[in-house]
Design a protein around this ligand. Structure first.
Ligand code: SF4
Length: 701
């Protein structure tokens, strides 16, 4: 007998689609798109529609484990609290770290951040979202003074031109692609894709610009130069609302047509077509994603795009905005609660004295760090060197997903004390833990998430918690209480956490911030349960949601948006005689992250069943590779095996391999074992789109 319908939110990508789940047993449910949810209006992609096939308890972690043996909660929590407290007492607060996840709900994230920053007194809490959108955060903060996304999904439907930069929207944000294609059908929206590969998204575009990897700053500087040359800038908007325009235009002057063609590898005709379409279309949305963010100059790429929108005033009006789309279901929520090592909750700045005072006063917390903590790549390096002696990994699998994954696995192994809270018993990371704590998963827990367009939606439980599993927020609070911090962590449930966070946001907004949920401070438990999807800001007085910056009002000290002078930098990941090809990584249509859930669906696994590497026919011939043969890919950091797919979708000199497969597929299925760990100096985001490699047929055993 099916149970009652429950409205909740898809746990995969940052589109944040609403789904209706109907439980059919203790670990099964029917799932369909929610026609009332404004992110998807009933649509789902292949992953979302297969959610009901991924709920079985096979492989779940159902009880705490200490050194591999099952234990009770009390024993496990006492041990975690004691070892963290002892480490802090002996080596100081910066000797411990949390590594968290964009899969956590906002309430989980909030208390993890509160424990580490407000009570332990370190900023060593960073997130796997560092791998997907940190450069967008840094770019927003440089240009807007806060991590504010100006646009909404409606803008994709109201634009006359949508430019997709470093975004395979058709596979990575499929419901947004569905909405865009429907808009094209209805109003003739044109689409440009900027991507070295001919992806499914590129095949749907009116113009595909297969630029050389990493040449985005030159391409958008050339656009800015052309805007100035044609007098297409919005002088009135610049005069009223923007600073830095003269310097930005001067820097862009170097991107002459000849130089742009040389650096990007694009034809002059393709570059001119891009300029004509962008400049000639007032309603333009520039969408960007991992191909922009995951670079050693990712923040500059973001600001090169923002410069063009600020220069033309094409921001915050219907159909006109720069738009960063997030990878994970709650990457945005994590940003809001300060789940990054360089931020405080509610977009407050850790290096701002007044913001720290506000934060500490509100929490009445014993301490607060004055400097940013270790970002993801540095955090695991600090485990390797012994600086971090106690590590708690929540809801993520860094031994697979971080670059130099073998090094990261060794770093975790060498750490004195490692805790992992997860829903899965056996991953490359859980195998390295001293203590495993069973968490509840999607469908079993309650809280909120925020999608790419700043829309907050509820995730609701529709299945019982299996075994001894507990909500992440509760596990964190249980440890905090045993560390002697109980007064700050005695929440009755996620609604109470949400209310506290909403109240804090009101103070942050009054201090000049962008993020304001003060209108939800009075939400009672019933109101939280019934909370409908809504855009922030939700102020106590005044209009809610909407778009930002059409009338200026940036969050910089002078309230002006900032254009930045940018020059093309070269990547440290360059080819050499030993490593003559570049390896690019990304997602496939039907799998999610390290496949702990999507691999349970036979339907999803049929799409692409094993790790593969795409290679251009010219490079395959040079390497002696046959289609469907096994190949070994090597870099100075590690190696992987993959099935060869010879295709001209990938240009000469560039390989592509998906990010999903783990060490369980084979001894060497992990692409991130191969990837270098160079990071953007501003955002700390690693360059997961290029590493110099070599490839060869797998020698017979
Ligand atoms: Fe889920 Fe994203 Fe697919 Fe929507 S587009 S159903 S959020 S994976």
């Amino acid at each position: 007998m099916p149970g009652q319908d429950v409205s909740t939110t898809c746990p995969y990508c940052g589109v944040g689609c609403g789904v209706i789940a109907t439980p059919t047993g203790p670990d099964s449910a029917l799932v369909r798109g929610d026609p009332a949810h404004p992110a998807n209006f009933g649509r789902l992609c292949s992953k979302g529609s297969a959610l009901g096939e991924t709920l079985s308890l096979e492989g779940r972690l159902l009880a705490p484990r200490i050194a591999g043996r099952e234990a009770g909660w009390d024993e496990a929590l006492e041990l975690v609290a004691r070892r963290f407290a002892e480490t802090i007492a002996e080596h100081g607060p910066d000797s411990v770290a949390f590594y968290v996840s964009g899969q956590l709900l906002t309430e989980d994230y909030y208390v993890a951040n509160k424990l580490m920053k407000g009570w332990i007194g370190s900023a060593n809490i960073d997130t796997n979202s560092r791998l997907c959108m940190a450069s967008s955060v840094a770019g927003h903060r440089r240009a807007f003074g806060a991590d504010t996304v100006p646009g909404t999904y409606e803008d994709l439907e109201e634009a006359d031109l949508v430019v997709l930069v470093g975004s395979n929207l058709a596979w990575c944000h499929p419901v947004l692609m569905q909405r865009l294609l429907a808009a094209r059908e209805a109003r003739g929206t044109r689409i440009i894709t900027v991507d070295p590969r001919r992806t499914n998204t590129a095949e749907a575009a009116d113009l595909h610009l297969p630029l050389a990897p990493g040449s985005d700053v030159t391409l958008f500087n050339s656009l800015l130069r052309e805007i100035a040359a044609r007098g297409a800038q919005d002088d009135a908007y610049i005069a009223a609302h923007v600073s830095g325009a003269a310097d930005a235009f001067a820097a862009a002057a170097a991107a002459t047509p000849e130089e742009t063609a040389r650096v990007t590898g694009l034809t002059p005709a393709a570059i001119a077509a891009f300029h004509d379409m962008w400049i000639g279309t007032p309603r333009v949305v520039t969408v960007y994603s991992q191909g922009v963010n995951q670079a050693s100059d990712g923040t500059d790429k973001v600001n090169a795009i923002l410069n063009c929108h600020l220069a033309t005033g094409r921001i915050g009006t219907p159909g006109a905005a720069p738009f960063s789309v997030t990878g994970q279901p709650n990457a945005m929520g994590g940003r809001e609660v300060g789940g990054l090592a360089n931020m405080l909750a509610c977009h407050l700045d850790i290096e701002n004295d007044a913001h720290r005072a506000l934060m500490r006063g509100f929490w009445d917390s014993p301490r607060l760090p004055e400097r940013p903590g270790l970002k993801a790549v540095d955090l695991f390096d600090a485990c390797a060197t012994g600086q971090i002696k106690a590590l708690w990994v929540m809801c993520t699998n860094p031994a697979v997903s971080l670059p130099r994954a073998d090094h990261v696995a060794e770093a975790i192994r060498s750490c004195d004390f490692v805790v992992v809270s997860d829903i899965v018993a056996d991953t490359d990371t859980t195998r390295l833990a001293d203590v495993l704590l069973p968490a509840t998963g999607w469908g079993e827990k309650d809280g909120t998430v925020t999608n790419s367009e700043r829309r907050i939606s509820r995730q609701r439980a529709f299945l019982p918690a299996p075994g001894a599993a507990r909500a992440d927020w509760r596990i964190i609070c249980d440890v905090a209480a045993r560390m002697g911090f109980g007064a700050g962590f005695d929440y009755a449930g996620p609604a109470e956490i949400f209310r506290e966070y909403a109240a804090l946001s009101g103070l942050a907004a009054r201090a000049g911030g962008d993020f304001d949920l003060s209108g939800l401070t009075g939400l009672d438990d019933w109101g939280y349960e019934a909370l409908a999807p809504r855009h922030w800001p939700v102020p106590a007085a005044g209009p809610e949601g909407g778009r930002f910056f059409a009338e200026g009002g940036f969050f910089t000290p002078d309230r002006r948006g900032r254009m930045l002078p940018l020059t093309q930098r070269s990547s440290p990941n360059a080819v050499s005689a030993d490593y003559p090809l570049l390896l690019n990584t990304g997602r496939v249509r039907d799998h999610w992250h390290t496949m702990t859930r999507t691999a349970k669906s036979a339907r999803l696994s049929r799409h692409l069943a094993e790790p593969f590497v795409e290679i251009h026919p010219r490079d395959a011939a040079a390497a002696g590779l046959a289609h469907a043969a096994l190949a070994r890919i090597e870099s100075p950091h590690g190696e992987m095996l993959a099935r060869v797919r010879i295709t001209d979708r990938t240009p000469p000199g560039l390989l592509f391999a998906p990010m999903h497969w783990t060490g369980e597929w084979s001894s060497r299925g992990r692409v991130d074992a191969v990837m270098a760990a160079e990071t953007d100096p501003v955002s700390g985001q690693p360059e997961l789109k290029r590493t110099a490699v070599r490839i060869a047929p797998l020698a017979p055993a």
